[in-house]
Design a protein around this ligand. Structure first.
Ligand SMILES: C[S@@+](CC[C@H](N)C(=O)[O-])C[C@H]1O[C@@H](n2cnc3c(N)ncnc32)[C@H](O)[C@@H]1O
Length: 345
């Protein structure tokens, strides 16, 4: 089957970003107006700039078994998703779904969590990834754009996958600690719908403030360092679009950006022409590869590779990477149930 083509969507956007503060504001206001009703209309602006309306009636909420109040949550549609489901163009970059409250897996299920956390911290402290991240970020400090916050997305609940999500949070803390050498105040925020209470309290100990969706996105500005590994949402498109007029965020630890999203990438966080243009304004820090960051890279804006002397790194053997198994979101964190506006299913 031919890959979907994002050109139609791009032409409807007329060079403007798809994810804007205006779109967030509009969708949030519509949800607020809904206020527990079981039927009514919703009006939102599509990517072609025209308003769309949808009617929700009682039958749309039949699948909600655990209460009467519809629980809306946002759905972020990448350019590639829109191209696939709306090949003729439009509708929404931010749509919303409703469904029962999600069941969050509880970290307390893991009786070894405290001991594991100690071990993950110890492993992180001596890892080559940490060393090269620190050394190379330090080398760029005086020439990179200033940073006053690190915002993390989709790093996962902390007890999952042998410390991989926990270690990704430790990397965010490491970035904060390095940035604190030149910035007086650097806060860390994390948005992840699958955090349980235990995650929240463990992350607080690391100085990380958990925020609800979409607050994390609304925190992104030109002085933000974004940290995201294999998220289920198009974080890179959202981050670059929200800071479009400033040329993108100050830095990102994210999945490798290897093109402009054409032809469509079969991933939940695909690239885009704007993401690629941002990447071209950045230097990529040379880091060793690590099983906890199998696909990621670190990009820093405002730094030209030739002006920095980086620490030389050796790549780890491919065979070490093979032990890593892709994270599969469990049912509890799946979205789009039972109905979305607009719902392509
Ligand atoms: C494939 S997992 C990756 C987890 C972890 N980063 C890793 O590499 O193992 C994708 C994560 O994105 C999260 N996610 C889904 N919707 C999100 C949203 N709106 N904001 C932030 N994270 C989200 C999911 O809950 C899930 O934990």
């Amino acid at each position: 089957m031919a890959k979907p083509n994002i050109e139609t969507i791009l032409s409807q956007l007329k060079g403007k970003p798809a994810f804007t503060r205006e779109r967030f504001k509009e969708v949030l206001e519509e949800i607020k107006k809904w206020d527990g009703r079981l039927e009514g209309e919703i009006h939102v602006t599509a990517v072609d700039g025209k308003k769309r309306s949808a009617y929700f009636g009682r039958k749309d909420f039949e699948a909600i078994k655990d209460g009467t109040k519809p629980n809306f949550y946002l759905r972020y549609n990448s350019l590639q998703f829109l191209a696939q489901y709306y090949p003729g163009g439009a509708p929404l970059s931010i749509s919303f779904c409703h469904g029962p409250l999600q069941k969050i897996p509880d970290c307390r299920q893991d009786p070894h969590l405290t001991a594991n956390i100690q071990q993950w911290k110890a492993d992180w402290f001596v890892s080559d990834y940490r060393r090269t991240l620190r050394e190379n970020l330090e080398a760029t400090l005086n020439i990179m754009d200033s940073v006053n916050k690190v915002v993390c997305f989709g790093l996962g609940p902390i007890y999952h996958f042998k410390g991989r999500p926990y270690t990704q949070h430790l990397a965010a803390c490491e970035i904060r600690d390095v940035l604190l050498k030149v910035n007086k105040n650097v806060q860390i925020y994390a948005q992840e719908p699958s955090y349980c209470d235990m995650c929240r309290s463990e992350l607080k100990k690391l100085g990380i403030t958990v925020v609800d969706d979409p607050e994390g996105f609304l925190l992104i500005d030109k002085n933000t360092f974004v940290v995201t590994v294999a998220p289920n949402v198009p974080v890179r498109q959202i981050a670059v679009d929200l800071t479009y007029e400033h040329g993108g965020p100050a830095g990102m630890l994210c999945d490798r950006i290897f093109g402009d999203g054409r032809p469509c990438e079969d991933v939940s966080c695909p690239s885009s022409p704007a993401v690629w243009a941002w990447r071209e304004r950045c230097a990529e820090l040379p880091l060793v590869r690590d099983k906890n960051f199998p696909t990621s890279r670190v990009y820093v804006k405002g730094v030209h590779e030739k002006s920095v002397v980086y620490e030389e790194v050796e790549e780890v053997e491919e065979t070490d990477m093979e032990r890593w198994k892709p994270w599969v979101a469990d049912e509890a964190s799946s979205t789009c149930v039972p109905s979305c506006f607009p719902c392509p299913r």
